[in-house]
Design a protein around this ligand. Structure first.
Ligand SMILES: [Zn+2]
Length: 749
């Protein structure tokens, strides 16, 4: 047995450690905190019976908030359970030693839900510090404490061999909300993706330390040595994201992915066009950052289907990477017709076209021997500029591209930001690929003019669209609003201002009216009842994958909308990759999602709706609560809510109502009031398919049921294409049927 070290020896040991630490710092350039984390939470000197005990005080990682200070990510207290096997080894009585080992293994394995054998093995290791489990939460830590304080094990003195170290754990209270943007952290709290990774240095705090000399059992030696350095919490981030808008975008994006059987995920981004602040960046399918290594059920099933472990591992890694990937920032795509906005802006700015220009389309265009078909067989004939955009006529845009020429086209392509990364504060931003001026011939110019033969990111397109309508300024898309220190003092703010002006205020004003014309004539499914908006839709074929796989049915449908068009504040871009349903045009699959997002977000942002007469008729109202009320009072209340009623039974009190209170139905809908326990009044669901909103309303009233509209109904050409309950089915009177509307004449290739 070595003798107890004197004060001098301890000082020497500390000196050795400091030198070691400093040399590591010099060698690697790592900060102290990194070394401590990488090397584990405690140092010890096994060579001596006594040890230098260096305990890390984990610094909490900074919190992440949305712009209304709603918590998106925070660090909570957690505990690491450790044991001191060398303390157990010191026990002289073999029976006692075995009892201690078995008791610890049995109780800890049960409390921590671990394998008994594994914990038992740990208790026999030659070490002073073995971690049994990291980052357990309070209820579990309390159970460990209860076990250690249990009277029945009093004689075993278990506190000498089992301990809890306080640490922190990352927690995302909203589960998958904004997961791809937020990212997640690894086992040592290091940021792995998204904001957590991009701002890892700022979020990471500075660990504190307790350095003390201890004896073999790990208990502090009194009056020997102790030094404490407090931990410093990392910076907290306030993002530009708005949790409500994020939630709204995710909800409708997810519904669109399901309805149109989207195979390669989708994105929906909401950005302030005046300053580039991203209010929502929804990416689906995503993951839960509290549990980032778990695949979705469908992905897991795909992995399980494979035969060999190697294949399974490979696919699992691919799918994990896919669910973490930010489709709006890290993936590129051909924008297709949405890009016509940029071509038009450039030609307007160069005074090559104006509102009086006409473009003739006979159905085809030939450039340097290469033929291009218009999606409209026979052609659009003579069109104004706004008609050419609204018709999404490729031959017209080939003409506009030719007017611009390679040099001007390339100049504006770059001015609008397509030749550079946007610099958004997220990791892994992809670079666009395109024909540079020197490589662009007439054929490349033709297809580039209508958005093909180059690849850009969704966030680049959104920034360029913002410049089209905000007076011509290219803004910096960003997620950081401000950074706060421990005392909530602002230490940094997100970007302000703009990068450059790319078109004039006048051109931008023309673009706003063009986009409004497109929304009202060519992209009706994007319309928002009560508001004037601008829109452009697009559908592009995934040429590279088509050539590689031979599968011709590979599309990306997208739509961009801006509102309110009089003075746009927000732009919404929805992109759906590889629809496998019966529709694939951006104007049919993406535009309705834009409409739903805007319908919720505009009133939320404080914009008041102003309904047309037709829109006003189609508004929904909330069914009031009238159950248990006197019949006469109930009838008055229903009428006051702009609804009709029908009474079943001869009583004078309402004992049941349908629809229930709180349900949304169209104005003028019917509420069935039961005053007796009679049988249900039934009704037959009409066939709504092909009807206009007004016709559907009349059919519902005749049948004695309620309807709820999905999709925009404010234009007469829009007809029902689906209903939630099949025609001729017998239902209880008053039942609500959802009727889906769409303008299915949209073509935007
Ligand atoms: Zn045409």
């Amino acid at each position: 047995m070595a003798s107890k070290p004197g004060r001098q020896m301890i000082v020497r040991m500390i000196a050795v450690m400091l030198i070691l630490t400093l040399s590591l710092l010099l060698i690697s350039g790592y900060r102290l905190v990194d070394i401590m984390i990488i090397n584990g939470e405690k140092y010890q000197n096994d060579a001596s019976e006594q040890q230098l005990y260096d305990s890390l005080i984990t610094a909490p990682r900074g919190d992440i908030y949305d712009r209304n200070m709603q918590v998106l990510a925070r660090s909570t207290t957690a505990w690491t359970v450790y044991i001191t096997p060398n303390g157990i080894r010191k026990l002289k009585d073999e029976n006692e030693k075995e009892t201690v080992r078995k008791t610890i293994a049995e109780k800890l394995s049960s409390i921590l839900e671990m394998d008994y054998e594994k914990v038992y093995e740990d208790t026999g290791k030659n070490s002073y510090y073995v971690i049994v489990k990291k980052k357990i939460e309070k209820p579990v830590a309390d159970k460990v404490r209860e076990f250690l304080a249990d009277e029945q094990y009093k004689d075993l003195e278990l506190v000498k061999y089992v301990g809890l170290d306080e640490t922190t754990k990352r927690y995302y209270p909203n589960d998958s909300l904004a997961s791809v943007v937020l990212g997640f952290v690894g086992s040592d709290d290091q940021g792995l993706g998204g904001i957590e990774s991009y701002y890892d240095n700022e979020l990471t705090g500075i660990a504190g330390r307790v350095v003390a000399a201890k004896n073999a059992a790990g208990t502090d030696m009194p009056l020997t040595y102790e030094r404490v350095e407090g931990a410093v919490k990392g910076k907290s981030l306030v993002l530009t994201l708005d949790a409500y808008i994020q939630y709204t975008a995710e909800k409708y994006l997810e519904a669109a992915i399901e309805e149109h059987k989207i195979a390669e995920r989708g994105a929906a981004v909401v950005m302030n066009v005046k300053n580039g602040a991203v209010l929502a960046m929804a990416i689906k399918g995503d993951f839960n950052p509290n549990d980032p290594f778990t695949l979705s059920k469908a992905d897991k099933a795909a992995v399980d289907k494979l035969k060999t472990e190697e294949e399974k591992q490979k696919l699992e890694n691919e799918l994990l990477n896919r669910q973490w990937r930010n489709k709006a920032v890290s993936d590129t795509y051909e924008p297709g017709s949405v890009f016509k906005l940029i071509t038009a802006s450039a030609a307007l700015e160069e005074n090559l076209v104006n509102n009086k220009s006409t473009f003739y389309c006979n159905g085809t265009a030939t450039v340097a021997g290469q033929g291009y078909k218009c999606h409209k067989a026979g052609g659009h004939g003579s069109q104004s500029l706004q008609e050419a955009i609204s018709n999404s006529c490729n031959p017209a845009f080939i003409t506009i591209g030719q007017l611009l020429g390679v040099s001007s086209f390339s100049k504006y392509f770059k001015a609008f930001g397509f030749g550079e990364k946007t610099g958004i504060d997220l990791p892994g931003e992809a670079m666009s690929t395109y024909y540079g001026e020197e490589k662009m011939g007439p054929v490349e110019l033709a297809s580039s003019s209508f958005g093909q033969t180059f690849n850009i990111t969704p966030v680049q397109l959104l920034a360029a669209t913002a410049a089209c309508v905000n007076g011509g300024y290219l803004v910096q898309p960003h997620l950081l609003e401000k950074m706060l220190d421990e005392n909530n003092k602002v230490t940094a703010t997100g970007p302000d201002g703009y990068k450059r002006q790319v078109i004039s205020e006048t051109t931008s004003s023309t673009m706003r009216s063009l986009m409004q014309f497109v929304a009202e004539n060519g992209a009706k499914n994007a319309l928002v009842a009560g508001y004037n908006i601008g829109a452009k839709t697009g559908t592009s074929q995934k040429m590279a994958k088509i050539l590689a796989t031979g599968d011709n049915y590979l599309y990306i449908g997208s739509c961009v909308t801006v509102a309110p068009i009089e003075d746009p504040e927000i732009a919404v871009l929805v992109l759906l990759d590889e629809p496998k349903g019966d529709k694939y045009y951006g104007g049919m699959i993406a535009a309705p999602t834009n409409s739903k997002i805007m319908t919720d977000v505009l009133p939320y942002l404080g914009y008041e709706a102003s309904y047309s007469e037709e829109e006003y008729k189609n508004l929904t109202v909330s069914v009031p609560e009238v159950t248990d009320m006197k019949l006469a009072d109930a009838e008055k209340k229903i009428k006051a809510a702009n609804l009709e009623y029908e009474t079943v039974g001869g009583g004078d009190k309402v004992i049941r109502q349908l629809p229930e209170s709180g349900k949304q139905v169209l104005k003028g809908g019917i509420v069935i009031l039961y005053t007796e326990k009679s049988g249900d009044k039934t009704a037959k669901v009409p066939n709504f398919i092909g009807l206009t909103a007004t016709q559907a309303n009349q059919a519902a009233a005749r049948a004695g049921i309620n309807i709820e509209f999905s999709g925009n109904t404010s234009s007469a050409g829009i007809k029902a294409y689906k209903q939630s309950i099949a025609a001729n089915e017998s239902v209880e009177a008053g039942t609500i049927v959802t009727v889906y509307f769409m303008d299915d004449t949209v073509v935007d290739g």
